[in-house]
Design a protein around this ligand. Structure first.
Ligand SMILES: NC(=O)c1ccc[n+]([C@@H]2O[C@H](COP(=O)([O-])OP(=O)(O)OC[C@H]3O[C@@H](n4cnc5c(N)ncnc54)[C@H](OP(=O)(O)O)[C@@H]3O)[C@@H](O)[C@H]2O)c1
Length: 259
């Protein structure tokens, strides 16, 4: 019997509840959300809108980071493990409110979680029992893949890679389309080709998950062909430098925001 409370049923919170309902990982899901439940969750037998915390195994905090202190000040978790998905909110922040013997998990999901294709990285403090960690893992897995780390300081780099990463891929669609336009394709046509190419390549990488990305790339590249001509430009080091610089900038910003 797993009882979960969700605080904040916005974009990320509601995506998680949908995943929990679909995968039946929780028997009861209490939701605290001033705006009420989204329409599709209102008639779910296991989902109940409540005003304050009731005894639960895990309380998932999915409010905006700037709301977190206000939420923590009024929260009475009892023995429930705190699982926060808020960007930049350190485990120590929750220990400050609930005590350093309280079990706390910090997780960083990303937006593809909304369609069950998320990448979440989680870190637990020393008070989280293997049983609760297992429940947390199943809750997070309901929206995609999960990796656990031991070193919380890596969360800034994680945020920079998988947290912000979907935006880089969407930008890749934009630059591919713009480059296609520059080669003479009509804008709508170029965008359609760029978008489906990214969708199809991502699906292929997922389908062929054991094959390294490098091999998938080589499979498209015949010696002396068109792909090789393009890759000779893309792989001259500038793109790697640009991405390294971008991730450094995001990592630094994440560090600043979590001060
Ligand atoms: N979206 C992402 O890509 C992403 C990725 C990784 C992590 N996250 C983290 O996920 C968290 C939620 O992000 P989001 O995009 O889902 O934000 P969101 O859509 O704004 O959802 C937050 C929800 O919390 C509600 N809320 C505000 N105050 C509350 C309170 N005191 N008690 C209960 N609920 C309250 C808000 O209601 P009102 O609208 O009525 O104020 C809103 O429905 C953030 O901390 C963010 O850092 C998001």
């Amino acid at each position: 019997m797993t009882i979960v409370t969700l605080v904040g049923c916005g974009k990320m919170g509601s995506a998680m509840v949908r995943g929990w309902v679909a995968s039946k990982v929780a028997d009861t899901i209490y939701v605290i959300e001033p705006s009420g439940l989204p329409g599709d969750l209102q008639n779910m037998a296991e989902v109940e809108l409540v005003e304050q915390t009731l005894p639960s195994d895990i309380i998932v905090l999915a409010v905006k980071p700037q709301m977190m202190d206000a939420v923590c000040r009024t929260l009475a978790p009892g023995t429930a493990t705190i699982l926060s998905i808020a960007a930049g909110q350190k485990i120590a922040n929750f220990e400050k409110y609930f005590g350093d013997t309280h079990p706390v998990i910090r997780a960083m999901p990303n937006t593809p979680a909304a369609i069950g294709e998320g990448m979440t990285v989680a870190v637990a403090n020393k008070n989280v029992t293997p049983g609760i960690r297992n429940i947390a893992d199943r809750l997070l897995r309901a929206t995609g893949r999960v990796e656990w780390i031991d070193d919380e300081t890596l969360m800034d780099a994680v945020t920079a890679l998988s947290g912000s990463g979907p935006a880089y891929v969407f930008y890749l669609i934009e630059v591919l389309a713009k480059a296609g336009e520059a080669s003479g394709l009509a804008p709508v046509f170029a965008m359609s080709l760029a978008r489906q190419t990214v969708i199809g390549s991502a699906a292929l990488a997922g389908y062929d998950a054991e094959t390294p990305a490098e091999t998938l790339r080589q499979n498209v590249t015949s010696p002396g062909g068109t792909t090789e001509a393009a890759l000779n430009v893309l792989m001259d080091g500038r793109m790697q430098d640009l991405f390294s610089e971008a991730l450094n900038a995001a990592t630094s910003r994440s560090k600043e925001l979590s001060k």
